[in-house]
Design a protein around this ligand. Structure first.
Ligand SMILES: *Cc1c(COP(=O)(O)O)cnc(C)c1O
Length: 445
């Protein structure tokens, strides 16, 4: 129970205090505003130019995409569906062009009948799916966090908010995939209306077709949350869930797809078009940031032009990094299956102090990764899990190839095994980054 006048704060109180004091001690609000710009500039130099960015959910956008994100159209109101009769506001003739181009480019990039461009985040796409395809109390199945499951499909995310009865998809901790035999048993008992596949920690494809065949008996549907794999799916580098039986696919535009951070939703079936589109608007999106839609459209065009080559290199680099780490004595998950079929490499760092500690130490040396739960952890080990997740998207777009993955592994291992301290490794990282500062696989500005 919160008492009267008690202050509750979820955020770190020290950081908030820092900001409050800075604002209070600024001679004017103009100066306070400049402090924001100063923080942005510091981040741009540090993360943008001096770090080895190996965070799996990140990707650098091209300079055209970045310019579009600050374009004039970003102040325009355009809620509704495309076309003059479908919107509340007049003055949208060029906005209709932008949005129609975006939608058609997305359909082409993913070879689908329907796409929507109005999701501010992929989380909202997942909410749209649960709102459209389930009723409160319905049973669904999704993966739990130690196997890579994401909060959006669990109790603490949109699936929980919808009041769904969530069951675990049985997983094989060694093969890092679905245990089909167990799945069939549990599914026959639970009779899920929806089975959600896709994950934040994602190395290998899922048996979409086999699972679809099982749940079709009671008309269960597959929803594929391809937040991470979206670009790989578009480029044909990963399984194509919609062609294997999934009814709907959501994804993050800013992960492997390498567009502006936001969400994309894709489907082929005519029957879900109206309910899904009518949930996106007017339920979950109103002002959907047309500057972002323009940026997304150009990202899709860049993806159509360069996606195959770019996504192929991401996966080759991830395999090379997995092997290089394994060769240097680090425990890499999925080593018996060539490490990965995505942009991710997952390592067990429990012998080096665990995921939290290792990620913090690497960050001191300008190597940016994240702690991650792995199958041997429990969901409640979230603060101090055993794993580390490494992604190759960003450094691939900066031009790195397999050879650079060897050196990346050297830097990581040198720090893990304390052959060098963070300061020494950092110096090498900064020098290394100097040769990789141009964005590839995009249109010239
Ligand atoms: C990142 C992620 C999301 C959320 O995507 P946002 O675009 O950040 O909203 C949803 N599901 C999975 C599996 C993810 O990894």
């Amino acid at each position: 129970m919160v008492k009267v006048n008690e202050k509750v704060e979820v955020h770190d109180v020290e950081v908030l205090k820092w900001a409050r004091e800075l604002i209070e001690s600024s001679p004017s609000y103009h100066v306070a505003g400049n402090e924001v710009v100063h923080s942005v500039d510091k981040n741009e130099i540090w993360r943008g130019e001096e770090c080895l960015n190996l965070l799996a959910p990140e990707a650098p956008t091209s300079s055209i995409v970045r310019k579009l994100l600050s374009s004039e159209v970003g102040i325009r109101a355009a809620e509704g569906h495309i076309g003059p009769k479908q919107r509340w506001f007049a003055g949208t003739k060029y906005i209709d062009e932008i949005e129609a181009l975006c939608m058609e480019l997305l359909k082409k990039a993913f070879r689908v009948n329907y796409a929507d461009h109005r999701l501010i985040a992929s989380m909202i796409g997942n909410m749209a799916v649960y709102a459209t395809m389930t009723e409160p109390g319905d049973p669904i199945m999704s993966m739990n966090q130690p196997f890579g499951g994401h909060s959006s499909n669990r109790l603490d995310g949109p699936a929980g908010i919808r009041g769904l009865d969530i069951h675990n998809i049985p997983m094989d901790p060694f093969e890092l995939g679905v245990d089909l035999t167990e799945f069939e048993k549990v599914a026959r008992e639970v009779k899920p209306k929806l089975v959600t596949l896709g994950a934040s920690m994602t190395l290998f494809p899922f048996p979409v077709k086999e699972m679809h065949d099982i749940i079709s008996e009671w008309d269960g549907k597959i929803f594929f949350d391809g937040a991470h794999q979206l670009g790989l799916i578009g480029a044909g580098m990963f399984q194509d869930p919609l062609k294997e039986g999934a009814s709907v696919l959501t994804g993050s535009a800013g992960k492997t797809f390498s567009g502006p951070q936001s969400g994309i939703i894709l489907w082929d079936e005519a029957e879900i078009t109206e309910p899904l589109t009518d949930t996106i608007f007017p339920a979950l999106a109103a002002t959907h940031q047309v500057n972002r839609v323009a940026a997304l459209a150009v990202s899709a065009a860049e993806f159509l032009a360069y996606g195959k080559e770019y996504m192929g290199q991401i996966v080759s680099n991830a395999k090379a990094l997995g092997k290089a780490l394994n060769d240097r004595g680090v425990t890499v998950l999925g080593a018996h299956k060539d490490y990965t079929e995505t942009h991710q490499v997952i390592v067990d760092v429990s012998e080096y102090g665990g995921g939290y500690d290792v990620a913090q130490r690497l960050a001191e040396a300008n190597i940016i990764t994240n702690k991650n739960l792995i199958p041997k952890d429990r969901p409640e080990d979230w603060d101090e899990p055993s794993g580390l997740r490494i992604g190759t998207t960003e450094m691939t777009r900066y031009g790195m190839k397999e050879q650079e993955m060897e050196y990346t592994a050297d830097l990581i291992v040198s720090l893990l095994e304390k052959k060098e301290n963070a300061e020494q490794v950092k110096e090498k990282v900064v020098a290394f980054r100097r040769s990789f500062n141009k964005i590839h696989y995009c249109f010239e500005d």
